[in-house]
Design a protein around this ligand. Structure first.
Ligand SMILES: Cc1cc2nc3c(=O)[nH]c(=O)nc-3n(C[C@H](O)[C@H](O)[C@H](O)COP(=O)(O)OP(=O)(O)OC[C@H]3O[C@@H](n4cnc5c(N)ncnc54)[C@H](O)[C@@H]3O)c2cc1C
Length: 350
């Protein structure tokens, strides 16, 4: 399956890491291809179709692959945990790509790991929830974007998941500019100031269930963009004039990519369809795969630069772009630090 013809319509796709841009047309096109429906409740197709699409997009443009992942995961949360009203109002638009989804759960992951307290609070006021606080980073932020995030009740410590539109009163946005890469992802900081949400925007308070069910797919679709980038980098190295001194490194990196792809396919099969997602899934293999895939992308792009030589150091060269993109993989939640931390904690428990 080639989806190259779907790649971003933001002018020169080579610029999506360096210049602010709007990837909505791309999200709409890839949504309309039907590839992102796979693995959802109404689809008979396996989630590996969505994963393969993200992989292929990442081999051309990580910014586009990353926003596709964020949009696709939002579909997943609304499909599985959304109220009937939320589904009715938002799911058709999200599926068609007329509306964009944003996954803003990094703070919730840091909260769960014990690293830092969730910086967003909620309180009940009659039939409404009142939300305050800051999401330091989220992407795909347009005024009609549906953002999924977590908040805590300060008195009881209860955690809950909600959705909101960026354009609602009580939501303020500060766009992020001047990033090392991924500048076209419409990323930024969201501040909630007495945002009022009705019950239909409440997803669940069963945060353990939410993450137990969602994390494997979350990690597998992230692994898709790590592996897609690695594969493009290794292909580029194989074509480089200076590849000879690096042949054994490239063989070893290619071997690692093949192993990770095999493990990725194995785990994707376990997550195949909507009904396959159970509560008692062991997340460890998914965490390890995501970490190894990110590390591989960085190792591959470093060798690519050495093989390509000085030309690859120009900011406009695809090699240089891939290096910038690969560095993002260490700081995208779950970050390299948090992956290493969680894997080590699980090893202590075993
Ligand atoms: C361009 C861009 C777009 C983004 N888009 C999104 C988005 O759409 N959605 C989203 O949710 N987030 C998004 N993020 C945020 C991202 O997911 C991370 O949350 C953020 O980059 C992590 O920053 P941090 O400094 O807190 O790193 P962390 O790794 O969380 O913290 C820094 C250090 O703390 C240590 N540490 C980590 N975990 C633990 C622990 N449990 N215990 C002890 N020490 C620990 C490690 O040494 C780590 O290196 C985006 C970020 C960027 C740059």
């Amino acid at each position: 399956m080639s989806i190259t013809h779907l790649l971003p319509e933001v002018g020169d796709p080579q610029l999506t890491d360096r210049e602010l841009g709007n990837l909505r047309p791309f999200i709409q096109k890839i949504s309309q291809s039907g590839l992102l429906d796979s693995g959802l409740s109404e689809s008979g197709a396996a989630i590996s179709e969505s994963a393969a699409a993200i992989y292929e997009v990442a081999s051309q443009c990580l910014a586009s692959a990353f926003v596709t992942w964020s949009h696709r995961m939002t579909l997943e949360y609304v499909d599985r945990f959304g109220s009937a009203e939320l589904k009715e109002s938002y799911l058709p638009g999200l599926l068609a790509g007329d509306r964009v989804g944003s996954t803003a759960l990094a703070t919730a992951l840091a909260d769960r790991s014990g690293k830092e307290l969730l910086p967003i609070t909620f309180r009940r006021d009659g039939d409404e929830f009142v939300i305050d606080g800051v999401i330091p980073w989220a992407s795909n932020l347009y005024s009609d974007t549906l953002v999924v995030f977590a908040a805590r009740e300060p008195e009881t410590g209860e955690r809950a998941l909600f959705a909101t539109e960026v354009g609602f009163a009580g939501v303020a946005l500060k766009p992020a500019e001047g990033l090392l890469a991924l500048n076209a992802t419409s990323s930024g900081t969201i501040r909630f100031n007495e945002l009022r949400l009705g019950n239909s925007f409440y997803l669940t308070s069963n945060v353990n269930e939410f993450f137990a069910r969602m994390r494997p797919r979350f990690l597998l679709l992230q692994t898709a963009f790590c592996l897609g980038l690695s594969s493009a980098s290794l292909d580029s190295s194989q074509l480089a004039d200076g590849r000879l001194p690096f042949e054994s490194d490239l063989d070893q990196l290619q071997g690692e990519l093949n192993q990770l792809r095999a493990e990725w396919h194995r785990l994707l099969e376990l997550q195949r369809n909507f009904a396959a997602i159970s509560l008692d899934q062991d997340v460890l293999p998914y965490l390890k795969l995501r970490l190894r895939a990110a590390v591989l992308a960085q190792a591959a792009t470093r060798v690519e630069l050495a093989a390509v030589g000085g030309r690859g150091y120009f900011v406009s060269h695809p090699t240089s772009r891939r290096i910038r993109e690969s560095l993002f993989l260490s700081i995208q939640a779950p970050t390299e630090g948090s992956l290493r931390w969680e894997i080590s904690q699980q090893a202590l428990k075993a």
